[in-house]
Every structure is written in structure tokens, then in C-alpha cells.
Design a protein around this ligand. Structure first.
Ligand code: NAP
Length: 309
């Protein structure tokens, strides 16, 4: 039987619909809308699209959203000045510096910049103070993608407590916070990564399997226990025919998209997993839309905490 499709677009729309009146009420109480400051450095086309979507989504729910743009040649000090101004701004409750930063900024730039964001305005939950709070299960602002996954599981009535969860990927922005959020909801959690031995056998024990590695169609049916919930966080843009043929079966939408426009976006999970899993998030249309919805939700939360209303 084909897996139930966990519709991220529908859940994200639900969250936005709940946010609109809540943002309106905050604006009436505080005399100003919650404010989000986005900083974009350089001209990375994917980042430009992400930022445009974030600005539009923020405006749609009634948030104030401002963009500060710096050229690719900007120095880390110039970027830190912009972050400092947003830290001190009365109108901004949340700050997002779009990743990745230009390579010319040098190694370690991203960490320096993220660390400079005031923890109270750290809408992505990347600051070490917020990560520490998450470890202690007293988090306020938590990374948007993993908290979006939790919203999706909750609103799809997938029970987490007591479940055996396996997270593939241990990045600071997805894998680690994902594992902690599942742990705090009483799952028994295993984290796998590129050095994990026998990853397939470990994954196949999971009731909830989350893949966040960025490897197209890596997770095949052999990784999945019958009836498991599979969450595909990966976003992989393929332009190579051989890769597309491996990831997208003949007649699939992915294959059609590729034939039409020469590229396709797929997740970490092979389409054939739908024949084994009980529930599955599609790519696109699964976790992605929730990441933006959680950014909006975190902005309102940061505003409420700052304004204490
Ligand atoms: P990342 O920082 O590159 O981390 C990738 C992780 O995957 C690392 O922990 C790495 O292990 C592990 N890994 C890589 N290849 C592996 C393999 N063959 N077997 C096992 N583990 C492997 O990536 P990220 O930022 O976490 O993002 C992961 C994916 O999620 C990407 O496709 C990204 O585009 C996507 N993403 C989606 C959203 C969304 O909104 N849907 C948001 C963020 C990210 P090591 O630590 O051992 O190197």
C-alpha cells in the first residue's frame, strides 16, 4: 500500500492562517507589527529566491520585514555593523542572516556573524545560547527546519513518545536540533552520519526516520521498516541524466520535470520508499514550506517575548 503523504504545504498554510490573527492582535497591543530584519550578502541566485519568498511570506501574515543587502565584496566587519544595528533596532524583533555567506568572507565568517546576533532576536535558533537552551529543553527560538518537522508530525497525528527515531545527518542547523526535539518528546533517538557503520540496518529499526544529508535518493526501501514514518529534509537539484534516472523512476513527476526543463529537485529519499513506509513527506512540498512558516512563527514569538505582550 502506498504511504500516506504528509502535506507540508497544507500544514504550512494552517500555521500561516493561525498566525494572521495573532500578528494582528500583537500589532494592536504593541502599537507596531513584529519586525524581521533579513540580511543578504552577495548575489547567490538560490539565496535571492529564498529571501524573496521569506519577505513575501512575512508580509502576507502582517509582519514587518526589511531587507539589508550587502555586495559580495563586503567585509565581515561591514556585515557585523549591519547585525549590530539590527540588534539595537526597536522595530526589529528577529534577525536572519541568509546562509551561505560568500566564500570570500573566509572560513569561520558564518559562525562569527551568527554568534553576533542577539540571542533574543536569533530567529534561526543558531546562537550558542539558544542551542544550550534547546539541549536543556527550555528553548524559545529553535531552528526552523527541525521545529517545522515536529509541527508536521504533530499535526499529522504521528506519535513521537516511545517511538524509535533515527536522524541521518548531524549538522548544527538540522540533524542535531532535530534529534534533540525528538528526544525531548520522548523518542529514543539515534543519530547517524557519514562515519556510521551499518547505517542501513540502524535506519531500518526506526519508527520515525528523518534524512537530512543532501544525497539524492540515498534512502531506499532497504533503509525503511514497513509502516515507518519517513521525513525527507534533503533538497538536491539534479541536472545530470544518469543521476536523475537513478533517483526518479520512469513516468514519475521528477522524470517528467527533468525532460521538460533539464533539472529537477529531489530529496534524500528514493520514490520507491512510498511502497514500504506508512507515511512520507514529498520533495518538494514537504518540509520546505514548513521552514518558512516556522520562521514567521519564531518572529512573532521573539516579538512577544521582547515586548512582553
Ligand atoms: P550539511 O551541513 O552538509 O550536513 C550533512 C550531514 O549529512 C552531515 O552530518 C554528514 O555527515 C551527513 N552525510 C552526508 N553524506 C552522508 C552519507 N553518505 N551517509 C550518512 N551521512 C551523510 O547539510 P544540512 O545543512 O544539514 O542540510 C542537509 C540537507 O537538508 C541538504 O540537502 C539541505 O539542502 C537540506 N535542507 C533543507 C531544508 C528545508 O527547508 N527543507 C533546510 C535546511 C537544509 P558528517 O557530519 O559525518 O559529514
Amino acid at each position: 500500500m502506498a504511504a500516506r503523504r504528509l502535506d507540508g504545504i497544507a500544514v504550512a498554510n494552517q500555521i500561516r492562517a493561525e498566525l494572521r490573527p495573532a500578528v494582528e492582535a500583537f500589532t494592536a497591543r504593541a502599537g507596531r507589527p513584529p519586525g524581521l530584519g533579513i540580511v543578504l550578502v552577495g548575489e547567490n541566485p538560490a539565496s535571492e529566491i529564498y529571501v524573496r519568498n521569506k519577505l513575501k511570506s512575512a508580509a502576507d501574515v502582517g509582519l514587518r520585514a526589511d531587507l539589508a543587502q550587502l555586495p559580495a565584496t563586503a567585509s565581515v566587519s561591514q556585515l557585523l555593523e549591519v547585525v549590530d544595528a539590527l540588534n539595537r533596532s526597536e522595530a526589529h524583533d528577529a534577525i536572519l542572516v541568509q546562509s551561505p555567506l560568500p566564500e570570500a568572507m573566509g572560513p569561520g565568517a558564518e559562525r562569527r556573524v551568527f554568534d553576533a546576533i542577539s540571542p533574543d532576536k536569533d530567529v534561526d535558533g543558531f546562537h550558542p545560547v539558544n542551542v544550550g537552551r534547546l539541549v536543556q529543553n527550555r528553548a524559545t527560538l529553535v531552528a526552523c527546519t527541525p521545529s517545522g518537522v515536529i509541527e508536521l508530525l504533530n499535526r499529522s497525528n504521528i506519535s513521537i513518545a516511545g517511538a524509535r527515531a533515527v536522524v541521518i545527518g548531524r549538522s548544527d542547523i538540522v540533524g542535531k536540533p532535530m534529534a534533540l526535539l525528538l528526544l525531548h518528546r520522548h523518542a529514543t533517538v539515534t543519530i547517524c552520519h557519514s562515519r556510521t557503520s551499518d547505517l542501513q540496518a540502524i535506519a531500518a529499526q526506526a519508527d520515525i526516520l528523518v534524512s537530512a544529508i543532501g544525497r539524492a535518493a540515498f534512502v531506499t526501501p532497504a533503509f525503511v521498516k514497513a509502516g515507518a514514518t519517513v521525513v525527507d529534509v534533503g533538497i538536491n537539484r539534479l541536472t545530470d541524466r544518469a543521476e536523475v534516472e537513478r533517483a526518479c523512476p520512469p513516468g514519475s513527476k521528477g522524470r517528467e520535470d527533468f525532460e521538460r526543463r533539464g533539472w529537477v529537485v529531489v530529496g534524500d529519499v528514493h520514490e520507491s520508499v512510498a511502497e514500504v513506509a506508512g507515511a512520507l513527506t514529498p520533495v518538494p512540498g514537504g518540509v520546505g514550506p514548513l521552514t518558512i512558516a516556522m520562521l514567521l512563527k519564531n518572529t512573532l514569538l521573539a516579538a512577544r517575548l521582547r515586548a512582553q505582550c
